[in-house]
Ligand binder design. Structure first.
Ligand SMILES: Cc1cc2nc3c(=O)[nH]c(=O)nc-3n(C[C@H](O)[C@H](O)[C@H](O)COP(=O)(O)O)c2cc1C
Length: 118
């Protein structure tokens, strides 16, 4: 729960995460300037596949953004002891969804209304 709470945006459910995966990119594999973004791209592609794989096993996941904030990086470093070339990309919470859980409905404005405003 402590590690999950470091990410922020998890206030409502950080204490309710049975399994938290830290997706960590190893910058030592990306030595060229042209590959500067690859650690994020590769990690995101792998994470998406992993989340789908969990789904096939009947598990549910929640992607949690890791913010690029120095004090959070230091707190996470103190908690899990990452090396300087290891960069946290995101967290993935994993668990069994509440059978009665629902997906919040988000009412969007219709195209007619939006076009009227132009
Ligand atoms: C700054 C911020 C970051 C958030 N990041 C995530 C996130 O990475 N993953 C996620 O599932 N929800 C994220 N949320 C959504 C919150 O978990 C929550 O669902 C949302 O804020 C609505 O709840 P509230 O009305 O209590 O604020 C974030 C929310 C905020 C404000």
């Amino acid at each position: 729960a402590h590690i999950a709470s470091l990410a922020g945006g998890t206030g409502g459910f950080s204490k309710n995460i049975p399994c938290l995966i830290l997706v960590v990119g190893d910058l030592s594999y990306y030595v060229h300037e042209r590959d500067r973004h690859l650690v994020y791209i590769d990690s995101s592609l792998a994470s998406a596949q992993l989340m789908l794989a969990f789904q096939t096993l009947g598990l549910s996941t929640c992607a949690i953004n890791w913010p690029d904030v120095d004090e959070r990086e230091k707190a996470l470093q103190a908690a899990v002891g990452l090396k300087t070339h290891e960069r946290v990309i995101m967290f993935i919470a994993v668990g069994y969804a509440d059978r009665d859980g629902q997906i919040p409905y988000s009412q969007k404005k219709g195209a007619d209304l939006l076009l009227q405003a132009l």
